[in-house]
Design a protein around this ligand. Structure first.
Ligand SMILES: C[S@@+](CC[C@H](N)C(=O)[O-])C[C@H]1O[C@@H](n2cnc3c(N)ncnc32)[C@H](O)[C@@H]1O
Length: 305
């Protein structure tokens, strides 16, 4: 049996994902009993559950995720006041219209991927994964990363890896991908990780895997992550009540830059803190994912479009 044809591990019924900066999000969103809140990135449901408790049964949480598996699993594990929808947060307005909700009090975006997705061998998010290099949050839509790798020309690959991965060795990596795919198609995450490691030296100062930036670039590209973030930042002021709050947790500088720039539009947003909020020492020790998390919170101004 070919590696790609073998049955993949079942998605576990319980999430292993630990929500990051949970207390900081709950305080930063200034949640009141009875509030209506959108969690745009449900994942393992840790933030949604805690927000649902904070707003009480008179309040409501609308939780969205692009990943159909996340939505399937979430139903059984969330309190009654959480409504789950399979949707991108860019579809916020359609979802709210369907539910008859005009404006919301707060929104959370906890960007990137969950530990559940990372551990699922069939998705290709982990460098160790021997399953297909897919990297889509919603595997029912768009193009998997392995297809992108086999289709793009060398220059397009190099530009993509540079733009979305800020990888200085992008040209060397693109050249190696094109050379390799002539005789061996690159189909798994483990194959791509090994290829990148063979042409990027591990920095003596940084402990991150040399493949990190290339994987980040491909993931951003197949999911159009930066476009989605830009789009929600633009449309949200129409649906947040004046004085309502947005919290965004980002995990790399490209995302954080977009949020920072959006919050600079002072007629629309008033940032709650000047600098992003980072995880404290205890959380960093308990949950390594939290080490690269940056939380920004802003209040929407009264004169939104
Ligand atoms: C870091 S996890 C969220 C974890 C969650 N806060 C928790 O406490 O478990 C990010 C989630 O966002 C989802 N996601 C990524 N982009 C999305 C988008 N544009 N719309 C909706 N969900 C998205 C991913 O599928 C993933 O499940």
């Amino acid at each position: 049996m070919n590696d790609l044809d073998r049955p993949t591990k079942q998605f576990p019924p319980v999430s292993i994902h630990m929500p990051v900066l949970l207390a900081e999000v709950l305080d930063g969103l200034a949640l009141q009993i009875g509030a209506t809140v959108v969690d745009g990135t449900l994942g393992g449901g840790g933030h949604s559950r805690a927000i649902a408790e904070r707003v009480g049964l008179r309040g409501r949480v609308v939780a969205l995720d692009r990943d159909p598996q996340v939505v399937e699993r979430a139903g059984a594990h969330l309190p009654r006041n959480v409504t789950v929808r399979h949707a991108s947060f860019t579809e916020l307005e359609t979802v709210l219209d369907d539910l008859g909700i005009q404006t919301i009090d707060a929104m959370l975006l906890d960007l990137g991927l969950s530990s559940d997705q990372l551990e699922d061998d069939s998705r290709g998010f982990s460098f160790r994964s021997s399953g297909p290099l897919d990297l889509r949050f919603d595997p029912t839509q768009g193009e998997p990363a392995w297809e992108l790798l086999s289709r793009l020309r060398e220059k397009e690959l190099a530009d993509l890896i540079y733009k979305y991965g800020e990888e200085r060795a992008s040209r060397a990596i693109a050249r190696r991908i094109v050379q390799t795919r002539q005789h061996d198609p690159i189909r798994t995450a483990a194959e791509l990780a090994a290829l990148v490691r063979s042409c990027v030296r591990r920095s003596r100062h940084h402990s991150i895997d040399p493949a990190t930036r290339t994987f980040q670039a491909l993931r951003i590209a197949v999911n159009q992550e930066l476009d989605s973030l830009q789009s929600i930042l633009e449309l949200l002021p129409r649906r947040l009540r004046p004085g309502g709050r947005l919290a965004v947790i980002s995990f790399h500088s490209l995302e954080d830059r977009l949020v920072k720039q959006a919050f600079r539009e002072r007629e629309l947003w008033q940032p709650v803190t000047k600098k992003p909020i980072l995880a404290g020492e205890t959380e960093r020790a308990l949950n390594p994912r939290s080490r690269s998390a940056k939380l920004r919170i802003a209040v929407v101004g009264g004169n939104s479009p």
